[in-house]
Design a protein around this ligand. Structure first.
Ligand code: KIV
Ligand code: NA
Length: 270
């Protein structure tokens, strides 16, 4: 019986078979990927994907706690990682520890993820020294969308050096892995070769040490827009719309419920 990997086990997958991961926000979705993914991330993308928010900036600790606990109930064989929401960790290492500890306590997550490179290194070291494994997230960091000026590719041209420095900083600070989002493939490869912790790509490179996607994107369930780096492996959005249309037609035609879905007035004899 396989048990869930720990952050150190994920770290040890550097350079080996690629690390497989997806986001999840609910128990049934977590159950579908349990043991198939090495780790499952309760991303703050939950705000856009499940709550209809325009960005991840409106996501709260309460939302991360409720969805984190729901996902935890669906996992026994994959590591659970929970995103720290905007405003819950940037102020100081102490603030970050207080909120990371609350998330780990209330969700039973084995690690947290936070956005930022060089400027978050001190906080990452502070958390790791106090028992909080940290996954870093650099490149396109959606919580900084207002200062980045949009969902642009990060690390092109003269930005490349800064991104390499960010990767080294989070690795040196003790992060057990780092997400690289929307960065040029060649830069992702350079970074993957330069640091000792696994890189988890999303819109990065097949040579990263692992990959992650937002599960609703890859299932074709979230269809409001599709980033270039998303591949739809399923058509659940289309399937769902067709099923709802078929249900509506059958209700209006009185062909649902059929006899097999209704109950007789006599108790069945044993
Ligand atoms: O919130 C999220 O889903 C993420 C992943 C896309 C890395 O941060
Ligand atoms: Na996120």
């Amino acid at each position: 019986q396989k048990t869930a990997p720990m952050p150190d086990d994920i770290r040890a997958m550097k350079g080996g078979t690629p690390i497989v991961s997806l986001t999840a926000y609910t128990t049934p979705m977590a159950q579908m990927m349990d043991g198939v993914c090495d780790f499952v991330l309760v991303g703050d993308s939950v705000g856009m994907v499940l709550h209809g928010l325009p960005s991840t900036l409106g996501v709260t600790m309460e939302m991360m706690t409720l969805h984190g606990a729901a996902v935890a109930r669906g996992l026994t064989k994959s590591l659970l990682v929970v995103d720290m929401p905007f405003g819950s960790y940037e102020e100081s290492p102490e603030q970050a520890f207080r909120n990371a500890a609350a998330l780990m306590r209330d969700t039973s997550a084995g690690a947290v993820k936070l956005e930022g490179g060089t400027h978050m290194a001190e906080t990452i070291a502070f958390l790791v020294a106090r028992g909080v494994p940290v996954m870093a997230h650099i490149g396109l960091t959606p919580q900084s969308i207002n200062t980045l000026g949009g969902y642009k590719v990060q690390g092109r041209d003269d930005q490349a050096e800064q991104l390499r420095a960010d990767a080294r900083a989070v690795s040196d600070a003790g992060a057990f892995s780092v997400v690289l989002e929307k960065v040029p493939a060649t830069l992702a490869d350079t970074i993957t070769g330069e640091i000792t912790i696994p890189t988890i790509g999303i819109g990065a490179s097949p040579n990263c040490d692992g990959q992650i996607l937002v599960v609703d994107d890859m299932l074709g369930l979230f269809t409001a827009f599709k980033p270039k780096f998303v591949k739809r492996f399923g058509t659940l959005g289309d399937d769902g719309r067709a099923a709802i249309r078929a249900y509506a037609d059958e209700v209006r035609a009185r062909s649902f419920p059929a006899a097999e879905h209704t109950f007789s007035d006599k108790a069945p004899t044993k």
